[in-house]
Design a protein around this ligand. Structure first.
Ligand code: PRT
Ligand code: ZN
Length: 225
């Protein structure tokens, strides 16, 4: 549990969500002294500390109550939740808000030269992905017998490298698939960044601070529409 009396928010340290997270905190009026290498940044005008970590660690930190809030892609949240559920460890969080950045979709793709394929093509195939839990749930739902292979990076080169027949990866513009000669198939999950809260948070001062920040967040989101 986060026993500090300062609200602790986990955000991605370096990556696709970092800039937008920092911008959002600024728009919420949270002034931060962000030094490049520091793990924790203290707010200078509110009782808030920002913890900067790898995105994969954010759901767990919030679920365990090490951080009170976190900003993470729904793709990572759903994957971590499914994995923890399977392991029988706490996996619930309170989802406070969807955010207006980090949009992407988790989609299947296969070598373009094979042309259009339907779901039955995946039968008996091997699919490389960074999201094995989400993929397995999809395969089960669709009644497809395919195996998965976990890769944390360079998923798009797996078919060419002979590591897999197909992939299941995040897509935003589609340029990566195209550059690797892959054809996009079904979308398994659509994802945005989201703001999550530890579900057991009871500290009244922290809850009051969150209640003060939420209307500001709604204001920021409406201003963008
Ligand atoms: O170091 P750390 O573990 O924190 O970062 P990371 O490398 O795991 O994640 P990062 O920074 O790449 O992405 C963070 C989050 O951004 C993801 O979990 C998604 O929620 C979101 N996001 C949005 C994306 C993309 N768009 C995206 N396009 N994450 C990854 N990609 C990659 C994708 O994997 C593929 O390699 O971009 C490539 C495809 O992009 P297009 O535009 O060519 O289609
Ligand atoms: Zn990551």
């Amino acid at each position: 549990m986060n026993n500090s009396n300062r609200l602790r928010i986990a955000i991605q340290k370096g990556g696709r969500l970092s800039k937008d997270c920092q911008e959002l905190l600024k728009q919420l009026g949270i002034k931060l002294n962000l030094r490049e290498q520091r793990l924790i940044a203290h707010s200078t005008n509110m009782p808030i500390d920002v913890l900067r970590v790898r995105d994969d660690d954010i759901p767990g930190l919030v679920m365990e109550g090490v951080c009170d809030l976190g900003i993470v892609g729904e793709n990572v949240l759903v994957e971590v939740q499914a994995e923890r559920l399977r392991q029988g460890i706490p996996s619930e969080v309170t989802k406070l808000s969807k955010l207006d950045f980090g949009y992407c979709r988790l989609a299947l793709a296969w070598p373009q030269e094979l042309g259009k394929q339907d779901k039955s093509w995946f039968e008996g195939k091997r699919i490389a992905t960074t999201y094995p839990e989400i993929l397995k749930q999809y395969l089960k739902r669709e009644g497809i017998n395919a195996s998965t292979v976990m890769l944390t990076g360079s998923v798009e080169v797996a078919p060419r490298a002979g590591l897999a027949d197909a992939i299941c990866d995040l897509v935003s513009t589609g340029a990566t698939l195209e550059a690797n000669g892959l054809m996009q198939g079904d979308t398994i999950l659509e994802s945005n960044a989201c703001l999550i809260q530890n579900k057991d948070l009871q500290d009244t001062d922290k809850l009051a601070l969150i209640n003060k920040l939420m209307p500001r967040l709604r204001g920021v989101r409406q201003a963008k529409e």
